[in-house]
Design a protein around this ligand. Structure first.
Ligand SMILES: Cc1cc2nc3c(=O)[nH]c(=O)nc-3n(C[C@H](O)[C@H](O)[C@H](O)COP(=O)(O)OP(=O)(O)OC[C@H]3O[C@@H](n4cnc5c(N)ncnc54)[C@H](O)[C@@H]3O)c2cc1C
Length: 517
């Protein structure tokens, strides 16, 4: 039977494999005018896997070395924040980043479809004050507000800004459920919220909320609908089901989700947080940054740190001598490259869990929903996806076009996956088939969805999101991020909780420590 548009949507894999545009035996093609200009480079996992994970023989490294005061390894949000601080204070540093561009999970360069930039990784943030604002101002980024989220209840409607007291009562739910939503919200709005960094948090609060799962906390409200909604949230934002993440991280994160009615604005950029990476990179300039630099070795030697890296473009091997190193990669990688980690630290690091994650940009020639909102939460039974961010909504709102109903729209679909799927994140065919099945699953909720989706651009993340598991803040935190000699750690996984703010905060603080040393 010939393929129809409804059956097959053109699927572009932007992941670790090649950019994939012509699988005509599996997917129907679309008119040439609709072809995407995909410029995203693949991630450099294969070399890292070969040399770090699989323990293949490393090349010889030269004795002669570049010297610097501080070497930063990894240019995600944490590495960028540390570099910003050091540059601002006139300190010498060198940032080594494995990818062709800095950004990490913020993802740059920013991909586009029909000239519209869209995110495949981090998309929004909340804290735009104090040091965060200084950082954003210095690098020259100007965020826009996201607007509100929506709860999608299928035939029963779409409820934008549902936490707002004006709207909560109109949810088509039994009174018992609505009361549970209100109770949950009202408690969170007044209770002392568990906070990060963990080093400054009260130990008894950590103990109280890290010892129980978020599910245990939410279930006390007695509503399956609330628990189901929060389960989607936990998977999307914390990388695992509600029953697997601790109540500490969940309460910290969700306390910022109640919207403008409670004066809690949320921010983004057209194309997501990749804008921070692009402007941050311009701020740092070329002299202090080496991209395509895969670090394979970091060790203390007398009072210095020695770093070996391979230039992935030329294959040449290099050595850097520095007074300090800030390892801003995830611990999962740090444990392979930092040679003198104590055994118990390696053991604790190995116990950290990370979620594989698939993001799919649904490129549409019509809106998928009859209402505009920022993030649509849809309860898919199989949890193939949790939410869809309309990445065109905030720029539309900023330019006064929030009621637009024609033209192009892009939705970023979040699909946090169980760890057993990690091996599939580098398999183009698996990812493409997953995307096709996901589109069909979406069509079960939104009947004409597949007719409106012109293309899907798929990205598979491997170890991108640290999962704040139950007990991790007490058992793992004290060990995993310990400095070793002059080697210090900065990454959002330092606190066992994901998020751009956690990453930036660790970057700022570790740079301070290095400045004091
Ligand atoms: C799909 C997705 C969506 C998300 N959305 C949001 C969001 O909307 N808002 C939010 O607040 N948080 C979000 N998060 C979480 C947040 O993005 C991350 O917690 C945060 O950006 C991580 O920053 P980081 O600097 O700690 O680590 P990373 O971004 O992982 O940076 C580590 C860097 O180290 C580099 N590196 C690794 N190994 C080496 C090596 N051997 N040599 C040299 N360099 C190396 C990597 O290439 C990378 O650039 C999201 C996460 C995911 C996966």
């Amino acid at each position: 039977m010939p393929a129809t548009r409804r059956d097959f949507i053109k699927t572009v894999i932007l992941s670790t494999g090649a950019v994939f545009v012509s699988w005509n035996d599996v997917f129907s093609s679309v008119p040439a005018s609709k072809n995407p200009s995909v410029t995203t480079a693949s991630l450099h996992f294969s070399k890292a896997h070969e040399l770090l994970r699989d323990g293949n023989t490393l090349p010889q490294f030269p004795y002669h070395a570049v010297t610097t005061d501080t070497v930063i390894i990894g240019g995600g949000a944490a590495g960028l924040a540390a570099a910003w601080k050091l540059k601002k204070l006139g300190r010498d540093f060198l940032l080594l980043e494995n990818e062709p561009a800095i950004g990490g999970v913020m993802k740059s360069p920013i991909p586009q479809w029909q000239g519209i930039p869209y995110p495949l990784g981090s998309t929004y943030f909340y804290r735009y004050n104090d040091l965060y604002r200084e950082f954003y101002n210095d690098i020259g980024v100007h965020p826009i507000e996201t607007g509100e989220d929506a709860l999608y209840l299928g035939k029963n409607g779409i409820f934008v800004d549902w936490w707002n007291p004006r709207n909560l009562n109109s949810l088509p739910l039994p009174v018992k459920d609505k009361d549970a939503f209100k109770k949950f919200r009202d408690i969170l709005l007044v209770m002392p919220i568990p906070s990060y960094p963990l080093s400054a948090a009260f130990k008894d609060v950590i103990k109280k909320y890290d010892s129980i799962s978020a599910a245990e906390y939410v279930e006390r409200c007695g509503s399956h609908v609330l628990t189901d909604t929060m389960d989607m949230y936990a998977r999307s934002v914390l990388g695992a089901p509600l029953k697997e993440v601790n109540a500490y991280s969940f309460l910290n994160f969700y306390s910022l989700e109640f919207g403008d009615a409670y004066q809690i604005p949320c921010y983004t950029f057209a194309g997501g947080l990749g804008e921070i990476a692009i402007k941050g990179s311009q701020y740092l300039g070329k002299d202090h940054v080496q991209t395509n630099a895969l670090v394979v070795n970091v060790r203390n030697e007398k009072d210095n740190v020695v770093v070996n890296y391979i230039d992935l473009q030329t294959g040449a091997s290099h050595t850097v001598h520095a007074r300090n190193a800030i390892v801003a990669t995830q611990k999962q990688i740090a444990k392979h490259i930092v040679k003198d980690l104590p055994e118990e630290q390696v053991k604790a690091i190995s116990a950290i869990r990370y979620a594989p994650y698939i993001t799919i940009a649904l490129c549409c020639s019509a809106p998928l929903f009859p209402k505009r909102a920022f993030d649509f939460w849809i309860s898919d039974e199989q949890r193939r996806f949790t939410d869809l961010i309309d990445v065109t909504s905030a720029p539309d709102m900023a330019s006064g076009c929030e009621n637009r109903t024609t033209g192009d729209f892009i939705y970023m679909l979040s699909s946090p996956r169980p760890e057993s799927d990690r091996k599939n994140m580098q398999d183009d065919r698996w990812l493409a088939e997953f995307a096709q099945k996901t589109a069909q699953a979406l069509a079960a909720h939104i009947s004409d969805a597949t007719n409106k989706i012109d293309e899907m651009h798929v990205f598979g993340w491997g170890h991108s999101m640290v999962i704040p598991t139950v007990g991790s803040h007490q058992k793992l935190y004290p060990l995993t991020a310990q400095s070793v000699g002059n080697i210090h750690f900065a990454n959002s996984d330092n606190d066992l909780a994901p998020g751009i703010e956690n990453a930036l905060d660790w970057g700022f603080r570790i740079a301070d420590d290095v400045l004091k040393s």
